[in-house]
Design a protein around this ligand. Structure first.
Ligand code: SAM
Length: 278
């Protein structure tokens, strides 16, 4: 039985109740599934984590194409399906867990993925927790080097957007500071069961793992964007209680117009400003 029939059978025969609270939209289209896996450039030496495997649409390829796979699935009802589907495979470990509550992903990697330090994450994300999942990985893991993620189209556009576009925001800057962020392709609603209300897209993040992270810089970025319609000077003035004229002097040093909004700053400009601010 192909995957499409398998999922339809489980869902339609009421063996399984779809849980909206877990953002369950299962992928049916085998070509799209293959295209997502291909985007991750996995090979037989790869160590892979999948968040939210569901009925194993992506997992079946990951298990065959990589060295070892670690799954995190929150839903009690999906665990038996996964165990049955992969009972003959010895390169897979299923963690029945809420990914956001995992104490240390890097410790799990040491335990289940041979202490690898170049792990690839692949996920058709639970859309309601897209940002917390990405931030958890970027903030907590030094071992995950690549992420291939499907999410709501608008979020994918935002995370990979460039300055001076309507989507560009603090999260775009933080993600692009830590990784090369690429928009890969759009995925229509029609390839899911059940169909979501929104279109989706896949992005790929290749992290600069060697680079140091400065949490204060990220806080600074958030403050620059705190009120989108306000100028940078006004945002910084209200966030840090600094005199507006002093802020203008700093901007002038960097030859930045004092009427500018944060969305017009590129990564380099915002970093230079942060250095002067410090
Ligand atoms: N990978 C499957 C597919 O593409 O068909 C399912 C994707 S579905 C959009 C999201 C999956 O994430 C579901 O299996 C859901 O149960 C799981 N999930 C939701 N919240 C989760 C969490 N906090 N931790 C781990 N898995 C979660």
């Amino acid at each position: 039985m192909n995957h499409n029939d398998y999922v339809n059978k489980q869902v339609n025969q009421k063996n399984f109740f779809i849980k909206k609270k877990f953002s369950q939209n299962f992928l049916l289209d085998e070509n799209i599934i293959k295209k997502i896996v291909k985007s991750a450039d996995i090979n037989k030496d790869s160590y892979v984590i999948e968040i939210g495997p569901g009925f194993g649409a992506l997992t079946k390829y990951l298990v065959d194409q990589s060295k070892k796979v670690l799954l995190y699935e929150i839903d009690d009802d999906l665990i038996p399906h996964l165990q049955t589907l992969f009972k003959d495979k010895d390169n897979i470990h299923i963690e029945h867990q809420d990914f956001l509550k995992v104490q240390s992903v890097d410790q799990d990697i040491d335990r289940y993925l041979d202490q690898a330090n170049n792990v690839i994450v692949i996920s058709n994300l639970p859309y309601h927790i897209t940002t917390p999942i990405i931030m958890k990985i970027l903030e907590e893991s030094q071992k995950i080097k690549r992420l291939v993620l499907m999410m709501q189209l608008e979020v994918a556009q935002r995370l990979t957007s460039k300055p001076n576009t309507k989507d560009y925001n603090a999260l775009s800057i933080i993600i692009q500071d830590q990784s090369e962020a690429k928009y890969m392709f759009k995925v229509p609603k029609t390839v899911f069961q059940p169909r979501p209300n929104v279109d989706s897209a896949v992005i790929r993040l290749d992290r600069y793992l060697e680079k140091e992270r400065d949490p204060l810089f990220y806080q600074f970025v958030h403050e620059c964007f705190s009120q989108r319609r306000k100028t940078l000077v006004n945002n910084l003035h209200s966030s840090f209680s600094i005199n507006k004229d002093d802020i203008k002097v700093l901007l002038d040093k960097l030859e930045i117009n004092d009427k500018i909004r944060a969305e017009a700053l590129d990564l380099e400009m915002i970093k230079n400003l942060y250095k002067l601010f410090k």
